[in-house]
Design a protein around this ligand. Structure first.
Ligand code: AMP
Ligand code: GLY
Length: 428
């Protein structure tokens, strides 16, 4: 088949890589792609959010399957436009993509589906916000309802901080439309895990559990980012536990959406917190995670394109996605100033040397200047290594990172460190 991947980041590079290696795939195209993707796909200079442009391209190249990476085009209805034109799409339509596009909608679906989440209130005015904060009576989390590129969640220690956060969004308008409505919820405690499942509207087939690292600094300090690294699996979350969680979270959500006439064909990503009183959903994403995908996909065996096509066309087999035993660790290399800003045009060296160690280097924010590879975004590369254990994968990933150089490069040194310790406990 001919596959068209929509997007330009590290997630899409990992998708392009695994799909290009599938027996069923004859050609891979990307819109717009990036210099890494261009190594085994044809890139077309069309923005992911250009609905008409992508739809025309899919038709022109006779794409058999379109895989949409980022959330913005999904929420804007790209999948609907493509399906309307008769193209098979891995990615939900706009109405189901509201699971990510509106936190209030996600809460409503979870409540109706009986899926465990933090108790919460919606607030569109400061009076409502104050009442919600008072009702929660302590630490609270203030969330913008709409898409806010990772900036829409403020975890607060007390009522005063929560009121200030609510005021910035509702009155100050710092997040624009996305923050005109808030979800204010109870602050939970526990380790976080990302659980992604391929879905065809009815059936959910999970991938291995993954963990991402959202803060810029070691020890989870500093500003929130798009994600500074990931690993898979998560110690303690074996295949049986992952299957149980999928039954408790993804399946009831699919059923509730279907009851509302919405069929979710794509990747449903549940951000879970494992609290002392059981797992709770913190958020849904309606797409593959970034950088979880860069850790998850290199482990996949078998024809992943076929599985995505099954999900896209409503005939997903219950059969598990096959993965290589062992583990993977992915470390994100970011440019100076990230996440507040980034530096473009800085020369990057050492990717070949890093890959010679057996690691995979995914491009996230790169560009070609003549024949020189330069930085072109906050998150520049994701370096993934596999190993028999998390410990081995982690060692290999960091060894590969040392080969890569660009001025101002920054990366966390503790990706998967705690998991390696936990892994030792689980296996001893
Ligand atoms: P979200 O985009 O909803 O996943 O929120 C981003 C981050 O905020 C999560 O990864 C958590 O670390 C944190 N967070 C979100 N909701 C809660 C909550 N109810 N309690 C504690 N932390 C939370
Ligand atoms: N890694 C978090 C996300 O993809 O939203």
């Amino acid at each position: 088949m001919k596959v068209l991947i929509v997007g330009a980041g590290g997630r899409e590079h990992a998708l392009a890589d695994v799909l290009a290696g599938c027996e069923s795939v004859r050609e891979v195209h990307a819109a717009p792609g990036n210099p890494g993707i261009a190594r085994n796909a044809t890139c077309h200079p069309i923005a992911a959010t250009d609905i008409e442009g992508v739809t025309d391209l899919a038709r022109a190249i006779h794409a058999d399957l379109v895989v949409i990476g980022p959330e913005a085009p999904l929420v804007a209805g790209l999948a609907d436009a493509l399906r309307h034109g008769g193209v098979a799409v891995f990615g939900p339509g706009a109405a189901a993509a509201r699971l990510e596009g509106s936190k209030a909608f996600a809460k409503d679906v979870m409540q109706a589906a009986g899926v465990a989440a933090a108790s919460s209130f919606t607030a569109a005015t400061m009076t409502e916000a104050r009442a919600a904060i008072a009702a929660l009576g302590g630490p609270a989390v203030v969330k913008a309802d709409g898409l806010a590129a990772g900036k829409g969640v403020v975890v607060c220690d007390d009522a005063a901080a929560a009121e200030a956060a609510a005021n910035e969004m509702l009155v100050g308008g710092v997040l624009g439309e996305a923050g005109r409505m808030l979800v204010i919820e109870e602050r939970l405690v526990g380790p976080e895990v990302s659980l992604l499942a391929l879905c065809d509207g009815e059936t959910a087939v999970p991938l291995a559990a993954a963990q991402d690292y959202k803060r810029i600094g070691d020890g989870d300090r500093g500003a929130n980012t798009g994600g500074m690294g990931a690993h898979s699996p998560v110690p303690g979350l074996d295949v049986t536990r992952v299957a149980e969680l999928t039954e408790a979270v993804h399946v009831p959500v699919l059923r509730e959406l279907a009851r509302r006439g919405l069929h979710f064909n794509g990747c449903l990503y549940a951000g879970l917190m494992l609290t002392a009183t059981g797992p709770r959903v913190l958020e849904f994403n309606v797409r593959f995670g970034d950088p979880e995908t860069q850790a998850l996909l290199p482990r996949i065996e078998g024809d992943f394109a076929e599985r995505l096509l099954e999900a896209a066309t409503g005939r997903l087999a219950r059969e598990a996605v096959r993965v290589r035993p062992g583990a993977s660790v992915s470390v994100v290399l970011a440019s100076r100033g990230y996440p507040e800003g980034s530096e473009a045009g800085v020369a990057i060296t050492g990717i070949d040397a890093a890959e010679a160690t057996g690691a995979r280097v995914y491009h996230a924010g790169t560009a070609l200047r003549g024949d020189r590879l330069v930085t072109a975004g906050g998150r520049v590369l994701a370096v993934t290594a596999l190993g028999a254990s998390l410990a081995e994968a982690r060692e290999r990933a960091y060894a590969a990172c040392e080969s890569i150089a660009f001025d101002g490069a920054q990366y966390r040194r503790d990706i998967a460190a705690a998991a390696v310790t936990a892994e030792a406990l689980v296996t001893s």
